[in-house]
Design a protein around this ligand. Structure first.
Ligand SMILES: Cc1cc2nc3c(=O)[nH]c(=O)nc-3n(C[C@H](O)[C@H](O)[C@H](O)COP(=O)(O)OP(=O)(O)OC[C@H]3O[C@@H](n4cnc5c(N)ncnc54)[C@H](O)[C@@H]3O)c2cc1C
Length: 327
């Protein structure tokens, strides 16, 4: 059967990234409508053992490139290898995650394939033999449909916008090795330093986020945001006003020029709801806003709003949740 959808899986610390299950969920739906197979590329170092998992998640064919020179993403190494694999599979659609790697790799592949890319898609639908790719535009204030008229149609998918597919234990797949191009990369990785924020739940993948804004008043009050996030098992986010002031690291900034998030629950404390902040949270399923100004823009997006001073609300809310959780 011809390959209709080609996905590029990502790994971290010798495990598949959660985005692989989301890409394969989207890919299976498309492949079933377009009538073809799903191929998955697995590129990295010490990743071969993960190939069967991609099969269980719905890949019919897994193309593996496992080599020390591929341990870290480098366009110079990854692009030629994947181009070759995509050209020989000749898919209709290529899907990547809207991640650090996907955002760089996707456009490069689309360019080399003389095709086009739609980034940050939140929905895909088949119409005839084309895929309609939907994405938020104008900072999330509008939604636009795109059709790439050249083949393959390349898209990056926003994290948590697509349902991850459930694994079918024992589902078999064909595994093929990809030839790793010879030669050294021009850049060498000397050291990888993990940001402190990476030790908690990953902001992009978090199901629960508690975010604070300038309304928290001072950096010493930030502990109340941290505490609520901790009892909820969530990640911590912030507005640019807060990251610019140096209260928390810039990696926690949510919004147009920060991280785009799609949690089930987003608790916004002392955040006014500037369009640049809202642009990052349009994918949040439930926004709970705590703000002393009843006219604050954040309430327009909020499912539940609490008008009041966080100093009265936040400690009491955290305490109540602790009690309910038996802590
Ligand atoms: C090009 C550009 C890109 C930008 N990108 C981003 C981005 O990616 N992310 C982002 O967040 N911003 C971004 N901004 C900045 C954005 O425009 C806002 O300035 C910022 O989001 C405001 O942050 P804030 O809500 O924390 O602060 P403010 O707007 O000052 O709001 C503070 C809120 O706290 C409330 N408050 C005060 N005291 C209390 C209290 N005791 N209890 C409860 N509520 C209280 C106030 O009523 C107010 O609504 C960008 C701006 C530009 C120009």
């Amino acid at each position: 059967m011809p390959t209709s959808v080609f996905i590029i899986a990502e790994t971290q610390d010798a495990t598949l990234s959660n985005t692989a299950a989301e890409l394969l969920g989207a890919a299976r739906g498309l492949a079933d409508s377009l009538g073809g197979d799903v191929a998955a590329a697995l590129v990295g170092y010490n990743v071969s053992a993960l190939a069967p998992q991609l099969g269980e998640l719905g890949a019919d064919r897994v193309l593996v490139a496992d080599d020390p020179s591929l341990e870290f993403y480098q366009g110079e190494r990854y692009v030629p290898l994947l181009l070759e694999a995509i050209r020989s599979a000749s898919p209709s659609v290529v899907l990547l995650a809207q991640s650090f790697m996907g955002r760089e790799l996707g456009p490069r592949l689309a360019f080399e394939l003389q095709s086009a890319i739609t980034t940050d898609c939140v929905r895909l639908a088949v119409e005839g033999d084309r895929v309609v790719m939907t994405k938020p535009v104008y900072g999330g204030s509008a939604i636009a449909d795109y059709v790439v008229e050249t083949t393959p149609q390349v898209a990056t998918l926003r994290g948590r916008a697509f349902e991850p597919v459930q694994a079918q234990p024992g589902r078999a797949c064909e595994v093929q090795q990809l030839a790793v191009p010879a030669g050294d990369a021009r850049a060498t990785f000397v050291e990888t330093v993990r940001a402190a924020a990476d030790t908690g739940p990953n902001l992009k993948e978090a199901k629960v986020i508690v975010a604070g804004g300038r309304g928290m008043g001072a950096p010493e009050n930030w502990k109340y945001v941290d505490e609520l996030a901790e009892v909820l098992g969530g990640a911590v986010g912030a507005t640019r006003a807060v990251t610019d002031a140096g209260w928390v690291p810039a990696s926690l900034q949510v919004g147009l020029t920060g991280v785009t998030v799609s949690p089930d629950l987003y608790v916004a404390v002392g955040i006014s709801g500037a369009v640049q902040h809202l642009a990052g949270i349009t994918g949040a399923r439930n926004v709970v806003a705590i703000n002393k100004d009843p006219e604050a823009n954040i309430f327009k997006l909020a499912r539940y709003g609490v008008v009041g001073d966080w100093k009265q609300i936040l400690p009491a809310l955290t305490q109540k949740i602790k009690e309910l959780r038996g802590g």
